[in-house]
Design a protein around this ligand. Structure first.
Ligand SMILES: [Zn+2]
Length: 319
């Protein structure tokens, strides 16, 4: 091995130790044994393989096993993962899903293509229209013939991109919903909620505040202390919501409905007592009743966090 090769190996190892270069530029994995000498990023072996699918943009080499020229090493020294992040991730939408090393190849490859090939996060004009409405219009423009042609392998990459676009379009819609549901919250606080699963969801019957309105079947979702109800499970906006505080703040859940209650069709009642009023629900089965009771009891048993008092106050001031 020439002394120039030795010197370059040494310099590359030194570069690997610099901040940012120790974790894969694309997925964050801890082994950055590969590098793209055209983009100037250090990546893991798995992402290096995906860079191989965009040869027009990226060329990769093993940091330790391949030979490197002086020019290539100088380029790596002048760029690196932190610089690439600043360049290629200027305008990543808050809802956009950034894959990690445990995610499937499909998500990671589309993230790599969006970053380096399509430059989606460098200028806003290049960004995909991540609105569900736009995507639906696009879908209706595909003819039956185009659809069947697309199944052939030639257009497979197009469909893989479509899948990831849909995934992010759904996240964008939910993100918008969360912005409405949590007014004033920072984007960073809402992003974790994009993937949050509901404690419990399903149909129950409910009645209005006077308890004389008759019971109506609604779709309920319980996201921590927030019980929301919808006319239909696919509705974007809730018809209403109930805040469920803690036992020490006078919230209680009881099986059954108050005597003389009328207008329900389902037999398994639940009464939630809050400081303001009683909420009456009816479940179709005893299992549903038991599961909803358990879900309510879990949050009622837990003391309220300081920020949850603010949420409770927000609910009380609603007209
Ligand atoms: Zn990686």
């Amino acid at each position: 091995m020439s002394s120039e090769q030795d010197k370059n190996k040494y310099l590359l190892k030194e570069l690997l130790g610099r901040p940012g270069n120790g974790s894969c530029a694309d997925c964050g994995a801890a082994d950055t044994e590969w590098a793209s000498y055209t983009l100037g990023v250090f990546v893991c072996p798995s992402c290096a393989g995906l860079h191989g699918n965009i040869p027009n943009i990226s060329s990769v080499k093993s940091v330790l096993r391949d030979s490197w020229s002086n020019t290539e090493v100088e380029f790596m020294a002048s760029t690196g993962n932190d610089a690439a992040k600043a360049k290629y991730e200027q305008k990543v939408p808050a809802f956009y899903y950034r894959p990690t090393h445990s995610d499937c190849q499909l998500l990671r490859e589309q993230w790599i293509r969006a970053r380096y090939d399509r430059n989606e996060f460098v200028c806003l004009e290049r960004q995909e229209p991540y609105s569900a409405e736009q995507k639906i219009r696009e879908i209706f423009q595909i003819s039956v013939l185009q659809y069947y042609t697309a199944i052939s392998r030639l257009l497979l990459p197009y469909f893989l991109k479509e899948m990831v676009d849909w995934f992010n379009a759904i996240r964008a819609a939910r993100f918008h919903y969360l912005q409405v549901a949590f007014p004033g919250a920072h984007d960073a606080d809402l992003v974790p909620k994009l993937t949050r699963k509901y404690i419990k969801e399903g149909y129950m019957e409910k009645t209005g505040p006077k308890h004389t309105e008759g019971f109506k079947k609604r779709w309920f979702t319980m996201d921590d202390r927030r019980l929301m109800y919808f006319k239909d499970p696919l509705d974007a906006y809730a018809r209403g919501e109930v805040f469920i505080g803690s036992g020490e703040n006078s919230y209680t859940v009881l099986p059954g409905l108050p005597p003389l209650t009328q207008g329900y069709h389902w037999q398994f009642g639940i009464t939630i007592v809050t400081p303001d009023r009683k909420f009456l629900f009816a479940c179709a089965t005893e299992v549903d009743q038991r599961e909803w009771m358990a879900a309510f009891q879990t949050v009622i048993n837990r003391p309220m966090l300081p920020q949850e008092y603010a949420v409770e106050a927000h609910f009380k001031h609603k007209p």
